[in-house]
Design a protein around this ligand. Structure first.
Ligand SMILES: Cc1ncc(COP(=O)(O)O)c(C=O)c1O
Length: 389
């Protein structure tokens, strides 16, 4: 199927979310991209085919997804993977033994685990910058630094890193900048436009948005880098199946409306928590008291649907609160239409050693909310009854 990526470039986000990479199926007129549930394709002769040979290398449903995500990130190329971590591994395949990676220190535990326990075995060393300041990134650059890796807003403390300033530093030193844009989704933040070289998503989260698929994707502009990662995608084989690609495409169609509602609800939840006597501190970039509020206003077009807070009490008190919640479900993950609550220290960030976790401000009494798109009255009532003494 021919992609309409070029034609879509100048359209607005909501239009691209519904149409980019997709067109009525030429053989039947079907409006929705079919699920091409096939592993292989008939070829008419040696070296003659219709653009597809084997579904690990490419599949038309996946192509539609890859083109759609590239369009949403204002990128030229997209690649989809079987999970966010598989997409990360695709990017890390750009590195070789002896290279150095520089990363922000507040990041998803699974990403930290790949850095420390997978690529470290190939003698690729990672160091971490604790502040969001571009000059601290510049100071930490080594002669062998090949990638700078940012998550912004960070998980779970929702601090921001200045993408534009760090892109300038990276490019001055001939280093590629990767931004994990999972928390904002391309609706609220477009890192390639701010100078990043590669943008990464766990599509498991907001992009798919319905908590029924594990997936990952990247988008980028440079053809050579794209070809290197595409080579790895095919060579290592961590690709999403056609049905998961189709579900994700279907989820994307409502990304804009979902994100607007996630944000509206998250703002109300953040305000409610700020005023609650049993809450010590609320982390939400939309609050004027947030240390990175000004940067959030500059770099993002909205503040997203994630809110974290420190509870006044002990770990056992926190456990009692999560057991009382009825609309929020206690579970890993985020970005689905339903509200979730997670205890990062024992769940998403359990793979980070306690002393390192605590030195980064990730305490045992921190809870992270993925605020869903249910009726806000029900969400606030649920929080109020669970937090009541
Ligand atoms: C910010 C971020 N990046 C990457 C990942 C990894 O994605 P996946 O679970 O789809 O492999 C996650 C998962 O929670 C995440 O939160």
């Amino acid at each position: 199927m021919r992609s309409r990526l070029g034609e879509m470039k100048h359209m607005k986000f909501s239009t691209k979310a519904i149409h980019a990479g997709q067109q009525p199926d030429p053989s039947t007129g079907a409006i929705m991209t079919p699920i091409f549930q096939t592993s292989t394709y008939a070829q008419s002769g040696m070296g003659e085919n219709k653009g597809y040979e084997y579904s690990r290398s490419s599949n038309p449903t996946r192509t539609a997804l890859e083109d759609c995500i590239a369009a949403l990130e204002n990128g030229t190329f997209g690649l989809a993977f079987a999970s966010g971590l598989a997409a990360e591994q695709g990017i890390l395949s750009l590195l070789k033994t002896g290279d150095h990676l520089l990363s922000c220190d507040d990041l998803y535990g699974g990403t930290y685990r790949i850095f420390e326990r997978v690529i470290a075995r190939y003698n690729i060393e990672t160091s971490y910058v604790t502040t969001g300041k571009a000059e601290d990134y510049e100071k930490a650059i080594q002669p062998n630094t090949k990638l700078i890796w940012l998550e912004t807003p960070t998980n779970p403390l929702l601090r921001l890193v200045d993408i534009r300033a760090i892109a300038e530093v990276a490019h001055r030193h001939n280093i590629l900048l990767v931004v994990d844009n999972t928390f904002s989704s391309p609706y609220f933040q477009q890192p390639l436009d701010l100078g990043a070289d590669i943008v990464l998503h766990s599509t498991t989260k907001y992009i798919n948005g319905h908590s029924d698929v594990i997936g990952g994707a990247i988008a980028l502009n440079d053809k050579e880098t794209y070809e290197q990662i595409q080579f790895y995608q095919n060579a290592a084989g961590g690709v999403p199946g056609p049905f998961d690609s189709w579900l994700t495409l279907r989820g994307i169609k409502t990304l804009a409306v979902r994100m607007r509602q996630h944000e509206e609800n998250a703002r109300a939840v953040a305000k409610f928590l700020t005023e609650h006597p049993r809450v010590q501190r609320v982390h939400y970039p939309g609050l004027p008291s947030h240390p990175d509020h000004e940067l959030a206003n500059r770099q993002m077009s909205g503040f997203g649907g994630m809110v974290s807070f420190d509870f006044k009490g002990t770990r056992d008190d926190v456990d009692r609160v999560v057991r009382k919640l009825r609309v929020f479900t206690f579970a890993e993950s985020l970005g689905g239409v339903e509200s979730l609550v997670c205890h990062p220290a024992s769940m998403t960030h359990g793979s980070i050693p306690r002393e390192i976790r605590e030195s980064r401000g990730l305490t045992d009494t921190l809870l992270r909310l993925s605020v869903g798109i249910e009726d806000i009255e029900d969400l606030l009532k649920d929080l109020a009854q669970a937090l009541a003494e």
